[in-house]
Design a protein around this ligand. Sequence first.
Ligand code: AMP
Length: 225
Amino acid sequence: MYLILFGAPGVGKGTQAKILSSKLNIPHISTGDILRAAVKAQTILGIKAQKILSAGELVSDEIMIGIIKEVLTDPKCSKGFLLDGFPRTLAQATAFDELLKELNLMDKILLISLDTNEEELIVRLTNRRACSNCQSIFILKDIKDLDKCPNCGAVNSFYHRSDDQEEVIRRRFGIFQSATLPILEHYEKMGKVISVDGFQPVERVTEDILNCLAKISDNKNSISA
Ligand code: AMP
């Protein structure tokens, strides 16, 4: 399966992507994770991206398209992928469509939209913490022991992402509305969008997505039978 997970910052794309990637056995490609790893390793890309990420702004289309071309043409993505955080602008979507055509995947791509409500998302984002070791994300009230990551056991590894501060979040929302939301219409016109309520509990969101994907696959099978 070739999937784009789409939604506002903090709606739970990363959480769903991890679950779906393991259930569907396809690699999870998070452009945010790729950039954060580059910042941590202080590569040339990381040094360029550091300030942009902290300010909640977007890295240039040219850089992002270059990264995604390299990742998606890797053999590990030949049987499917789950994109989280890309495309984020219409220019990225257009370049991505060209790449999909080259790879003969245009008729296979689907976009899963996690629908949201801005104010609830702000509360969720300001209360979330990430583990610097395994990159898992938790809501503060769900962490029993703040000294130890419940996923990987790392000690004192929680941090508040600089792009999860309220002022930065509001800027990320503005950018989402103006630069990223038009992508939804772009793929809706092609009949490639599945919409799911992103404010349900994590398991329900996953269930809804898997049910929609199963229905689409049943329809395709019955058409080709
Ligand atoms: P995320 O983890 O997806 O919220 O991404 C964190 C940050 O990485 C974003 O706020 C952007 O600064 C940058 N970023 C991630 N993906 C993209 C993209 N496709 N285009 C531009 N910037 C991106």
